[in-house]
Design a protein around this ligand. Sequence first.
Ligand code: HEC
Length: 141
Amino acid sequence: MKNISLLLVFTMLFTFVACGEKTEKKEEKKIKLEKKEPEAEVKKDTDTELIALGKKLFKDKTCTTCHLVDSKVIGPSIKDINKIYAEQNADIVAFLKDELEPIVDTNPGQVAIMKANLDGFVKDLNDKELQAIKAYMLSVN
Ligand code: HEC
């Protein structure tokens, strides 16, 4: 009888400890999850900021004169550019830095118009500005 009660006590003790560990682990997980969220928020905020800057630059730097969101005017629409850049896994910033041949419209007359911009004023934009323009263009769906 004594042995049985001892066994019972041990079993209870063990269950108790095991349960305790589980709750601890759960707590740890919770903390990790909670920690992750603010980081994601910050990233979202920087994205929104970058897109806003890009949108402003796209207008101020006259890109809007030749590139509309949906339809072709002088240059291809932003949506057409996005589609082809996604298909070919190409980088808009690389094109704007004149490190990538045109892939959207390769008609020499058209290429010359855009090339004049690259050589004229796009070359004076810094990396952050170019990243912002790209972020804005990609945000257009
Ligand atoms: C005077 C008109 C004009 C302006 C201003 C202009 N573009 Fe263009 N853009 C074009 C034409 C035309 C093409 C088509 C030729 C080509 O694809 O290279 C083009 C093509 C592009 C392409 C696709 C390149 C490819 O791979 O074929 C991108 C990206 C682009 N422009 C971004 C911009 C940005 C960003 C600005 C502003 C900083 C801008 N453009 C200003 C006329 C213009």
